[in-house]
Design a protein around this ligand. Structure first.
Ligand code: KG4
Ligand code: ZN
Length: 358
């Protein structure tokens, strides 16, 4: 679908003949404050993301108190910028979609309160979206000149982020079954912890991705927890193995940091791809789909695409810019909920551990 300018968009509400539904998405689960206007869940008219990442760097991870204070500071400017960039005013909107969990409770509350106030003032319906559902719907957004068709259902989705690793069976829109999850660390968390041990800064995923390209993935033998017979994951042993390796090589014999990064990354990504395609063999989905911040990883994308081609299973990868937290994905998920008339009221709560499925 070609990108359209807001001027050409026919705006109606969903109770009439719907032609184009513009939704304001709001995302504030962690250290990103984001707002975005998306048409029909697929065409992004604006995508504004403000991050407090720089304020957490010296701590080597997110400080929740700092994150929520920055959410408050950034929220209104981000709302304004998202509308301005889309070239619309609030009357053009059909609904406000907001991620109300899972995430850091202080951060979530700020975005949720902002979304509620905005919806109330402008007399718009509110749609509560699960943050992980948002990640999944990044796959429905088409960037200009993106020739890929949208994912078909049923889809087998691997949602991998800083807080989660979920293997999800998506039978239909809004119909999710969690087949497996991490028993300890999430893959993004493992990468962030590894980067801290290696003094590479925060967040670790993008640095390890970059360094990994220059290193030898076979240089250090890290363990791979395959947990056969389940769709679950485990990554905490890997982090311990890295700590032990660094202790053992303190006196000498340590591989170059790029080799360590490449090997660590390889151990995570090969497990993710092996388990994803093992599940796909059992379930024969119409699409295998990646989602979440770790889906931006070059090596994961490369390995998954190669395996999909080898096995003849169609794969969908979200645009890289929409893998990490953003509000366009929330607006897209909100659109599909609005089509099903799944609206929330002003009593909608934030939940740090909101499950994707019951
Ligand atoms: O989805 P996300 O933005 O936030 C959560 O919902 O957690 O994911 C953030 C995670 C961080 O752990 C970050 O290190 C990781 O995604 N990440 C990456 C890459 N970009 C971000 N991991 C591997 N390779 C990347 N290129
Ligand atoms: Zn996320």
């Amino acid at each position: 679908m070609p990108a359209r300018h807001a001027d050409e968009v026919v705006i109606t509400c969903y109770n009439g003949a719907v032609m184009t539904m513009l939704i304001l998405g709001v995302e504030s689960s962690c250290d990103e404050t984001a707002a975005s206007v998306v048409a029909d869940g697929r065409v992004m008219l604006s995508n504004v993301v403000s991050s407090s990442e720089q304020f957490h760097k010296e701590y080597g991870g997110i400080v929740p108190e700092i994150a929520s204070r920055k959410q408050l500071e950034y929220l209104l400017p981000v709302f304004t910028a998202a509308l301005e960039k889309a070239g619309i005013t609030p009357v053009d909107l059909a609904a406000v979609a907001v991620a109300h969990g899972p995430g850091l409770i202080g951060s979530l509350v700020v975005g949720l309160m902002g979304a509620k106030a905005f919806a109330y003032v402008h007399n718009l319906p509110l749609v509560g979206v699960n943050h992980l559902e948002g990640h999944l719907y990044a796959n429905w957004i088409r960037l200009p000149d993106d020739p890929r068709p949208e994912p078909q259902l049923p889809a087998l989705v691997l949602v991998v982020s800083g807080g989660h690793a979920h293997m999800v069976w998506m039978q239909n829109h809004g119909d999710y079954r969690i087949l497996g999850r991490t028993r300890d660390d999430a893959p993004g968390e493992a990468l962030d912890k590894a980067a801290r041990l290696l003094d590479l800064g925060y967040p670790g995923g993008p640095v390890i991705d970059r360094l990994g390209k220059e290193g030898d993935p076979k240089a250090v033998a890290f363990p791979r927890a395959l947990l056969p017979g389940t769709h679950d994951f485990s990554f905490s042993g890997l982090k311990t193995a890295l700590a032990q390796y660094l202790r053992k090589t303190e006196a000498g014999g340590r591989a170059p940091v790029a080799d360590i990064a490449a090997s660590f990354q390889e151990a995570i990504m090969t497990v993710l791809v092996d388990k994803l395609f093992a599940a796909a063999d059992l379930l024969s989905p119409a699409r295998v789909v990646l989602a979440g911040g770790v889906a931006a990883n070059s090596r994961l994308r490369e390995l998954a695409e190669a395996r999909a081609e080898h096995e003849g299973i169609p794969i969908a990868l979200p645009p890289r810019v929409l893998c990490t937290d953003n509000a366009a994905m929330v607006a897209a998920a909100g659109y599909f909920r609005a089509l099903r008339e799944e609206f929330s009221d002003q009593a909608l709560d934030a939940s740090a551990s909101l499950p994707l499925a019951g």
